[in-house]
Design a protein around this ligand. Structure first.
Ligand code: SF4
Ligand SMILES: [Zn+2]
Length: 210
């Protein structure tokens, strides 16, 4: 955008800090944007400029003025992000990107919700005496049936692991079946071979020993 962008020559601080700027300054900046020759490129860039460097998280830019809009604070979990993203996408003539909303991870409580037994997180190791391992949604292994009952009564949706598409892909299934068949054939051959030669080998070994 560089030289052709009027904001690059402007002293109006609202462009880079709209939340600390006067309404008047914001309106002046927005007016400048409305006459900007690169407004489309600016909107396009703003739609993704909050993303991480490796693009693993794509999100809207934050807390600046871009393409005539004040970009909201926070990430896609902020409800204000979507209306602005839609307006920018309209200016850029693209579809709004699919932002990923980051939800806080569920942290199991330190005690089983059912029996109050102290809990440790899921582990392959040993669970200390008197404690239970966390099972699901705050219930310990100690109270699995109570958890299932709770799920049925409340109709709580089960959070399942995403299906491993590669593992369940027909190609993979065929490849697995072929490997299993090959192994079975090899086993059969080996056992046939050992039946055929096993006696001689053993007798040979016995002969050498004696
Ligand atoms: S549209 Fe973008 S590049 Fe143009 S003046 Fe506004 S903020 Fe600057
Ligand atoms: Zn319990």
């Amino acid at each position: 955008m560089g030289e052709s962008a009027p904001c690059h020559r402007s002293k109006n601080k609202a462009f880079i800090n709209p939340y600390g700027a006067h309404d008047r300054s914001i309106r002046a900046a927005q007016k400048m944007c409305s006459q900007c020759p690169v407004i489309r490129e600016c909107a396009l860039e703003a739609l993704r400029s909050g993303s991480t460097l490796d693009d693993s998280i794509v999100t809207l830019g934050r807390e600046v003025i871009a393409a005539g809009h004040v970009l909201p604070k926070g990430d896609a979990s902020n409800d204000d992000v979507w209306p602005v993203a839609r307006k920018l996408a309209k200016i850029a003539r693209v579809r709004p990107p699919a932002y990923v909303v980051s939800r806080p991870r569920f942290r199991p409580p330190s005690q089983c919700r059912e029996c109050g037994r102290p809990m440790v997180p899921w582990t392959r190791g040993e669970v200390p005496e008197g404690m239970a391992m966390h099972y699901a949604q705050g219930w310990g292994q100690c109270c699995r049936s109570a958890y299932r009952m709770h799920r049925e009564v409340r109709e709580v949706p089960v959070t399942r692991k995403p299906v491993d598409r590669k593992r369940h892909h027909p190609e993979t299934a065929r490849a697995r079946a072929a490997t299993a068949a090959r192994r079975a054939t090899n086993c059969l051959r080996t056992s046939e071979l050992s039946t055929a030669t096993g006696g001689e080998d053993r007798s040979g070994a016995t002969g050498a020993g004696g």
